[in-house]
Design a protein around this ligand. Structure first.
Ligand code: VAH
Length: 318
């Protein structure tokens, strides 16, 4: 893997994956794009950046040709709650964007990483320790685009030999770019609120269990999978990966270990509660651990300690 194109570079995952990829492969070898041209100014000015709509296959092909790209990390997508508010746009961005990337990858012989999600499962899948291979009948448009994406990536692999790979991410906790329009966003916002106001009003019920992962582990999963020996991969585009499982009440209790006066209250968002209720309570991720040695480092206590430290120092201008 020498020359990389990353889409969705200004998003929650993209803004941190871009930095990690550049540290690993060199700034000039990692070309980042986003549909926006405003936002993380430091990242935009830190190396090659193009404002590019991932649905524009000609613009993508031009960039791939110009920079001799051999690997595309495709992250541009709408998250679950914002997708549910605009299903037609969600299909257009999440599927036509992916289709455009796969067509360019087919023509230009690029490998492709694109993430699926625990949202690719629906209420009829086993709720606890949801297996790698099981029924997938999601009831959200986000989930429909994720299952479609998994199948489309499998098709481009067995039909055209495109080296497509991906993981099913759980909720992702991070400190650089706040997620927008996701169901698991509460697990990020709670830390910001804990530092600023010592209290947080949560939009999911306190006993809503979901799998989560800390951004450093999410990035490790993407890069390790893309560097894995393809001969060892029995699955490809949809490895379950997880690192921890908790509910808002659990997270509040861990925050109180560091901020004893922290208080949580609830104002339930019925749309995001319905989305969370339709997803697994927890995932089984043995395939990733066996096929490419997936092994997360951060548990809820380590995440809470690291997030509060980062956000506290940021609030103090350090
Ligand atoms: C969302 N963070 O909330 C995403 C994720 C498992 C959920 O895909 O939409």
């Amino acid at each position: 893997m020498k020359n990389i194109l990353l889409t969705g570079a200004l998003g929650q995952i993209g803004s941190e994956l871009a930095v990690s990829l550049r540290e690993r492969y060199g700034i000039e070898n990692v070309i980042i794009t986003d549909i926006k041209a405003d936002g993380n100014k430091e990242l935009i000015e830190s190396g090659p950046f193009y404002q590019c709509d991932c649905r524009d296959s000609k613009a993508l092909a031009d960039i791939v040709g110009r920079h001799k790209i051999d690997t595309i990390y495709h992250l541009a997508a709408l998250l679950s709650a914002v997708a549910e508010a605009n299903p037609q746009k969600a299909w257009d961005v999440n599927i036509n964007g992916l289709y455009s990337v796969l067509e360019v990858a087919r023509e230009k012989h690029c490998a492709v990483f694109t993430p699926s999600s625990i949202g690719a499962f629906g209420p009829t899948a086993p709720k606890d320790y949801t297996p790698q291979d099981t029924i997938q009948r999601p009831t959200s448009i986000y989930g429909v685009t994720k299952v479609t994406g998994e199948l489309l990536c499998d098709y481009y692999n067995h039909k055209y030999g495109v080296d497509t790979r991906g993981v099913r991410y759980p909720g992702i906790i991070s400190s650089v770019t706040s997620p927008s329009g996701g169901t698991t966003d509460y697990a990020v916002h709670i830390y910001y609120a804990a530092v600023k106001q010592k209290r947080y009003t949560c939009f999911l019920k306190g006993d809503t269990y979901l799998d989560m992962i800390y951004m450093p582990d999410a990035i490790k999963a993407a890069i390790n999978l893309m560097e894995a020996d393809p001969n060892k991969l029995r699955h490809r585009n949809a490895f379950n990966v997880s690192a921890m499982n908790f509910c808002p009440e659990d997270q509040a209790a861990y925050i109180r270990r560091y901020i004893p006066e922290f208080e949580i209250s609830y104002n339930i968002d019925p749309v995001r509660q319905a989305l969370a209720n339709s997803w697994p309570n927890s995932l089984e991720d043995y395939a990733a651990r066996v096929e490419w040695e997936w092994n997360p480092e951060y548990d809820l206590d380590a995440v809470t300690k690291d997030m509060l430290k980062i956000l506290q120092e940021r609030s103090e201008g350090k």
